[in-house]
Design a protein around this ligand. Sequence first.
Ligand code: PHE
Length: 338
Amino acid sequence: MIEEVKKHLKKVNNFKTQDLSELESFRIEYSGKKGVLNNFFISFRNVPKEDKKQFGKELNLLKNAVSEKIKSFKGEINIVNEVGANGDLFRPGLVPDSGTRHPLSIVRNRIISIFSKIGFNLSDGPEIEDDWHNFTALNLPEHHPARDMQDTFFIQTNPDILLRTHTSSVQVRYMESNSPPIRILSPGRVFRNEAISSRSHCIFHQVEGLYINKDVSFVDLKQTLQYFTKALFGKSTIRLRPSYFPFTEPSAEVDIYWGLETETDRRITKGTGWLEIMGCGMVDPNVLINCGIDPEEYSGYAFGMGIERIAMLLYQVSDIRMFFENDLRFLKQFKPHT
Ligand code: PHE
């Protein structure tokens, strides 16, 4: 009898399975009502007195071995089922799907880091603005025709409150509460009531810069822009084309020489090789006065660009709407610049 218990112990110890139903038959064979263990317990009374102690010991060993086996294989089979049908416990885990930076954030961060290297600090302000900060202080009094350049969303109940049309409003706020030298960069979301097309969108993003100090000249502006275009596009040939903004005098449009290599269908530079990338100029003395800065003592320059436009050029995206559709197949293609 004892020998028989020992034989079963060996069998139990050697038992292996990856199959739940096989494990179940094993359980029934040993721990079931009419199973091996129960049969041994029943025959316990027939064991000679002097063997009872030893038999009991062996039987207990067998009982424990059976329950250990069932417990450990059950755990293992569950894991195998979760891991997959091939049951390879050493297969690498599934990589969780992680997010990526939005291309507009990548470009904004690059612009910020380029200007922060030459001392520009960040500044921000509200998206819902008043007329003074968005227009009047910027040399755009009421009924000024240039207000039409930026189709404004007004907050219906109050014509004085609007969605900012540019981040120049942030510069006004900053000048009002700080004195020169001022060197700030204001990235942010802006709003214009424009017809949405492949090139324009009602909500877009700008980065504007402002530098005010003693003896700031147009040369400083051009030098800064050259440094910037070289750092961002790897191209430093620019031209400043005379233009008009109410808040700067003189004003210019900045064109970068893009070249004609990418000009297969004349769509990018219309065959000229030049591309407009931003507006700029020397801060109009009226703006300085409106913000409490003495134009006799200080001068400054300002520039502003649309982040979408820069991103379209950098990544050769032809439709601005791609940035707002949140199509993961599009968004996942962009990696932060190192
Ligand atoms: N605020 C102008 C715009 O939104 C851009 C600009 C900024 C132009 C600073 C000149 C100087 O179009």
